[in-house]
Structures are given as structure tokens and as C-alpha cells.
Design a protein around this ligand. Structure first.
Ligand code: NAP
Ligand code: F7E
Length: 327
């Protein structure tokens, strides 16, 4: 039985990945931070078989302890401060958790493995935000990185540190450059879930409007359940490497709005949507679209959920949740 340690197990991807690994027969350990973390109950209900280990990416000794407890064959480093807008207001904290946290984990693995590079395979959750002011369309593994937020800069640090540990110590360390991926488990601060929730509530007469920022930003949105499969496939390769994971299609925020509102029978949706300066960013990533040919060829990976299916899945899920809240 293989053993895996997941940091960020209480997040969207951690939850999908934990179920995927359990379904493949893994013994799964999840790192949970803080004292009395409210998400602990959520992950326990979602996947009771996950073994919880306490620890924090900011505390290197807690990571070493987590490795000693879990004795993993594979480590998936999904833990991060992941909300881009928040990263301007908390730039140092974001740099420490999302950037230095990667080094803390890599170094803990190196010490734990006692320089036996084959002992633990490592996955780093890199991001399309690293492309920022895109230097090439579509973006691929070799595209020059030009991050546009403290979050993006921190991810670039973690990305190159992962490559450096691979090259310096021969560690099986892979980096998935994942484009936006969403699901009903997405945090409500991200635009897709913010819209799906609001649309459900507007359809049920529980609210009348939604305030948003830039409706023209374009993202390559996929389904989180598909993307965790790509993470796992990366660590099953003989050689560690970096892969772009994306659908290859891009859509503006307003297209998401259009499909979401139309799905609940509201065609004149503009009257419900307001733009508020507080949701615009100091520097925007205007366009993201990924070229995932390498992942498709080498990992045999491909997305299974279309943009429309994703939007409708999220709205349907929020309709159910909001109906339960009303009861
Ligand atoms: P998420 O839902 O925001 O989850 C982030 C996770 O990190 C949570 O479990 C959180 O724990 C944990 N965390 C935060 N600070 C920590 C710390 N100091 N020590 C240990 N854990 C900490 O993010 P996600 O959408 O699942 O994304 C997973 C990873 O992929 C992140 O690294 C993200 O940056 C990256 N990524 C995401 C996307 C995407 O579109 N979703 C795309 C590219 C890359 P709490 O629950 O306790 O806060
Ligand atoms: O914004 C625009 C906003 O916050 C998407 C993270 O998982 O994916 C995510 O980062 C777009 C941006 O995600 C609102 O300006 C308009 O252009 O949903 P988001 P993100 O910033 O793309 C990447 C790949 C990650 O790695 C990150 O961890 O939508 N937008 N109006 C808005 N965004 C938000 N949040 N709220 C609005 O009201």
C-alpha cells in the first residue's frame, strides 16, 4: 500500500486528491494547520479515512515530524495562501507561506530522506499566475514567467526551488503548472463560486445583486476533479518533470455570468450585476490560455468537463445548498 502526505488537504484540491488517492488504495495523511481548525470537521466528513497530522508550512520542524509520522512515498504540496487579491494586502505572509513554505517542505524531505533521492516523490502546486503578463499565447512549460501579483511571485520562487532540488539532489520533484480549476468545493472568494452562489440566491429570491470587478478578464477554467488526476499521473512517471495542465480554451468572466444566469432562466442578467472598484486588482492578468500538449502526450491526461458543464455543475450545487439553508 502506497502512502501519501498532502499539505493543503482542507482546500479544494486537497479534498479531491484525498478521495482520488484513497480510491487507488493509498494510505493518505493530511497536514492540517492551527489549533481547532474549523476545516478539520469538513475533511473528516468528506474523507474519514484520511489520517490527520498537525503542522504548518511556516514551521519546518512540524513538517519533518509530519514526514516521520506519515512515512510517505509521495508528498503533494498543495498548501498555500492561494487568493491572488489577498496577496497584495498580505504580501510578506503570502511570500512566506506560498514561497518559502515550498523550501521548508523540500528541505524537510531532504533531511527525512537522508539524501536517498528516490525515497519520496514530490509534487509542487505551481500556477498559471506565474505567466502573468503573458509573453506567449498559449502558455506552455517554456514560456517566460512574468508574475503580476505577490502570489504569482511567490509561486515562481516555489517553482524554481522545486526545479533546483531536482537538479541539485536528484529528487523526484515535479511541478504542475495548473491553470484555474473550479468545482462546487471552490472557496467562495474566487470569482466562479462567488457568481454561482449569487446566481443561486438571486434565482431563489434571497438576494438581488452581485458586485464584481473586471468582467473582461479571461481564464482557462477546468474542473478540479480532472486536475488532481494529472497531479497523481506526474508522480507515477519514471522521471520528474514540469507540466502545464489546462483545457486550452479561454472565457471571459462575463461569459461565465451569461451561462450561469441563463441556466436559472434569467436572460436580462446585467441588471443584477454591479462593478465595484474594490474588486479590481492593482495589476491584472488579462488573459490566460494554456497549451497542455505535453501533459496530454506524456501523461495521457485530458480534461473531461467542458466550460458549460462546469458552470452548470457549480450553479446546480449552490442551488441545492441554498435550498437546504432556507429550510
Ligand atoms: P485552497 O482551497 O485555497 O486551499 C489552500 C490550502 O492551503 C488550505 O488547505 C489551507 O488550509 C492550506 N494552508 C494555508 N496556509 C497554510 C499554512 N501556513 N500551512 C499549511 N497549510 C496551509 O487552494 P486550492 O484551490 O485547493 O489550490 C491548491 C494549491 O494549488 C494551492 O497551492 C494553490 O495556490 C495552487 N493552485 C490552485 C489553482 C486553482 O485554480 N485552484 C491553480 C493553480 C495552482 P486552511 O484550510 O487551514 O486555510
Ligand atoms: O479571479 C476577476 C479577477 O480570484 C479570476 C487561484 O486559484 O487561479 C486562481 O486565481 C478573475 C481575475 O482567480 C471578481 O480580477 C472579477 O481576473 O477567481 P479568481 P485567479 O486570480 O485567477 C490561479 C490559477 C491560482 O493559482 C490562484 O491560486 O476574475 N474578477 N471580479 C474577480 N475575482 C474575484 N475573486 N472576485 C470578483 O469579484
Amino acid at each position: 500500500m502506497k502512502r501519501a502526505l498532502i499539505t493543503g488537504v482542507t482546500g479544494q484540491d486537497g479534498m479531491y486528491l484525498s478521495r482520488l488517492l484513497l480510491s487507488k488504495g493509498y494510505e493518505v495523511f493530511g497536514l492540517v494547520r492551527g489549533q481547532n481548525n474549523p476545516k478539520l470537521e469538513v475533511i473528516r466528513a468528506w474523507a474519514p479515512e484520511v489520517n490527520i497530522v498537525t503542522g504548518d508550512l511556516l514551521d519546518p520542524s512540524s513538517l519533518l515530524r509530519a514526514l516521520n509520522v506519515s512515512q510517505p512515498d509521495e508528498v503533494y504540496n498543495l498548501g498555500a495562501i492561494s487568493f491572488v487579491a489577498y496577496s497584495w494586502e498580505n504580501a510578506q505572509l503570502t511570500s512566506q507561506v506560498t514561497g518559502l513554505g515550498v523550501l521548508n517542505m523540500l528541505e524537510a524531505i531532504r533531511l527525512y530522506s537522508r539524501d536517498d533521492a528516490s525515497k519520496v516523490r514530490f509534487y509542487q502546486a505551481s500556477s498559471s499566475e506565474m505567466f502573468g503578463r503573458v509573453q506567449e499565447v498559449p502558455q506552455r512549460e517554456t514560456t517566460l514567467l512574468w508574475p503580476r501579483s505577490p502570489y504569482g511571485v511567490a509561486k515562481v520562487y516555489g517553482h524554481y526551488m522545486t526545479i533546483n532540488y531536482r537538479e541539485s539532489y536528484g529528487m523526484h520533484a515535479s511541478s504542475g503548472i495548473l491553470f484555474n480549476h473550479e468545482s462546487p468545493l471552490r472557496g467562495p472568494e474566487f470569482v466562479t463560486r462567488k457568481i454561482s452562489r449569487a446566481v443561486a440566491r438571486i434565482a431563489l429570491g434571497l438576494q438581488n445583486q452581485i458586485s464584481l470587478g473586471n468582467l473582461d478578464a479571461k481564464r482557462d477554467w477546468g474542473f478540479a476533479g480532472d486536475y488532481v488526476e494529472a497531479m497523481w499521473r506526474m508522480l507515477q512517471q519514471d522521471e520528474a518533470d514540469d507540466y502545464v495542465v489546462s483545457t486550452g480554451n479561454t472565457h471571459a468572466v462575463r461569459e461565465y455570468l451569461d451561462i450561469a444566469f441563463t441556466h436559472v432562466g434569467i436572460s436580462d442578467w446585467e441588471q443584477h450585476v454591479f462593478q465595484d472598484p474594490q474588486f479590481f486588482r492593482p495589476a491584472e492578468v488579462d488573459l490566460l490560455i494554456g497549451d497542455s500538449s505535453k501533459a496530454r502526450e506524456k501523461l495521457g491526461w485530458e480534461p473531461t468537463v467542458s466550460f458549460r458543464q462546469l458552470v452548470e455543475m457549480m450553479v446546480d450545487s449552490d442551488l441545492e445548498l441554498e435550498k437546504q439553508n432556507v429550510k
